[in-house]
Design a protein around this ligand. Structure first.
Ligand code: NAD
Length: 474
């Protein structure tokens, strides 16, 4: 049965319902709940671009949810499903996400109603530059006020066009590069940004499995090694998450769901090989050695330990929640579980690691990129060789004092100074660990009030935003 027949709330209503559930457990000053919940503003733009011999009109949005911290931050999505409600829900999630992982930004989100696959690269560039111009002239792209990043349907390429459009209009802004994150490395991007959201999903799972009492609540046990995983969406987030879990944590990827259907294999799928197959064939169909089904969504209900929805919102809803078998769901996408489904799954004992934490790796590394752009220097550039020299001295001294030598592999590792990528991964890992621990603490202490990980995440972020508003005198 479809979600619609079950009177599913809209994505935005779903986010609001989850927010309200947490806020009802708090003692907020009068009016504060409403102030935090609503989007401050949403700008709609309709612009024309001359393409294929005619003027094509496009509709785009940039919503600012909360300016309690500035700049505000949030991706730009390219999809035909983009609409005001969706953009506002995503902007709200950005506010809560940034507050939860202590990234000093308010929440924003943008979207362009377009099917990016319908257009050639040069056409997309013209459309993107025109959209960027409309946002730049209203300071809705600005290093100090509003900093977009990639989201569904966009990536480093689009961010490069946006950065260049900004630089052309504001050529005297020395911080121009900080107007957008997720840029290619050679244009001011940072090592590890492309993989960041998927990497964050991996770090989140690693941290979860460091807490056996939490793992037990899901009905699972042990470590990540050997866990059976189903992933929906093999795009930026899903591909990196699945790849790292398979290659570095010993997980078995038993199902991959894409637009054209899904493939399953009890022995486990090679994520890199599936990705190459999707790039060459436009979908998972025909991947050798796996079973294909055109009804991709049915594989959300496949027998597995961990389900990773990494495609879009509302895929786990009132229509299928009861049949989901995964013990643990980690929301790599934004809003993949509706409020109604969340309730059903909680009753079933399924543990959900919520989106505002699970996919915060992207905005965390975007924050590092923004800081790098403002400081105009690559992380590690000053310290790396000095650190290596100090390490060398120490290792030489230990060897001289003990009369023993380290194996060459170990010696090399000990000598290494930190480069940008290792610093970014370290900062991301730290963020994911600390944020999980703060959520888990509230989860454990208030479980009797019905607090789960999602509610705990909301409680922390609402509290942090409320404190800022209180200090500002609002
Ligand atoms: P993407 O466009 O790179 O990938 C999305 C993937 O999902 C594509 O491979 C697409 O083919 C697939 N897909 C689309 N519709 C599908 C369907 N009905 N069934 C199965 N697969 C489908 O997008 P992304 O950047 O990976 O974003 C995915 C989700 O993660 C979104 O919810 C986004 O908001 C969220 N997110 C992304 C980032 C980021 O850094 N990119 C950060 C935080 C959250």
């Amino acid at each position: 049965m479809s979600a619609a027949t079950h009177q599913e709330p809209s994505f935005r209503d779903s986010v609001d319902m989850m927010f309200t559930r947490a806020a009802s457990l708090m003692d907020l000053p009068p009016g504060m709940e409403e102030k935090i919940r609503v989007a401050n503003s949403t700008y709609t733009v309709r612009f024309g671009v001359k393409l294929r011999g005619e003027i094509k009109t496009f509709t785009g949005y940039r919503s600012v949810h909360s300016e309690h911290a500035e700049p505000v931050k949030g991706g730009i999505r390219y999809s035909l499903d983009v609409n005001q409600n969706e953009v506002e829900a995503l902007a709200a999630l950005m506010t809560y996400k940034c507050a939860l992982v202590e990234v000093p930004f308010g929440g924003s989100k943008g979207g362009l109603c377009i099917d990016p696959f319908e257009w050639e690269e040069d056409e997309l560039e013209r459309i993107t530059r025109r959209f960027a111009y409309e946002l730049i002239k209203r300071d809705l792209i600005h290093p100090a006020q509003n900093v977009p990043a990639p989201d569904m349907g966009t990536g480093a390429r689009e961010m490069a066009w946006i950065a260049d459009a900004y630089k052309r209009i504001k050529s005297d802004d020395i911080n121009a590069r900080a107007c957008v994150t997720g840029k290619p490395r050679h244009l001011g991007g940072i090592a590890g940004r492309v993989e960041a959201t998927g990497r964050g999903v991996e770090y989140a799972l690693q941290e979860f499995f460091r807490h056996p009492e939490d793992v037990a609540k899901s009905g699972l046990s042990g470590t990540l090694d050997g866990k059976r995983v189903v992933v929906q969406g093999l795009g930026n987030v899903g591909y990196h998450a699945a790849k790292f879990l398979e290659e570095e944590d010993g997980c078995k990827i038993v199902g991959i769901i894409e637009r054209d259907g899904a493939i399953v294999s009890a022995e486990g799928l090679n994520v890199e090989a599936v990705k190459n197959h999707v790039m060459e064939n436009g979908g998972v169909k025909g991947f050798p050695g796996a079973q294909f089904t055109e009804d991709g969504k049915s594989i959300l209900e496949h027998d597995c330990d961990i389900l990773i929805p990494a495609a879009m919102e509302s895929t786990i809803n009132l229509g299928n929640a009861e049949r989901i078998k995964a013990a643990l769901i980690i929301e790599a996408a934004n809003g993949p579980v509706t409020a109604g489904a969340d309730e059903i799954l909680r009753k079933k004992g399924c543990v959900i690691i919520p989106d505002m934490y699970a996919n915060a790796g992207g905005v965390t590394v975007s924050y590092f990129e923004w800081v790098k752009n403002l400081s105009h220097i690559r992380f590690g550039r000053m310290q790396r060789r000095q650190q290596e020299a100090a390490n060398n001295l120490l290792v030489d001294e230990i060897e001289a004092l003990t009369g023993k030598t380290f194996s060459p592999g170990k010696r090399d590792k000990m000598l290494q100074g930190a480069d940008e990528l290792s610093l970014v991964r370290s900062g991301l890992d730290d963020t994911m660990r600390i944020s999980y621990q703060s959520m888990a603490e509230i989860w454990h202490s208030r479980e009797s009030e019905g607090v789960d990980l999602r509610t705990a995440a909301f409680l922390i972020s609402i509290q942090r935003v409320a404190e800022t508003y209180k200090s500002l005198g609002l």
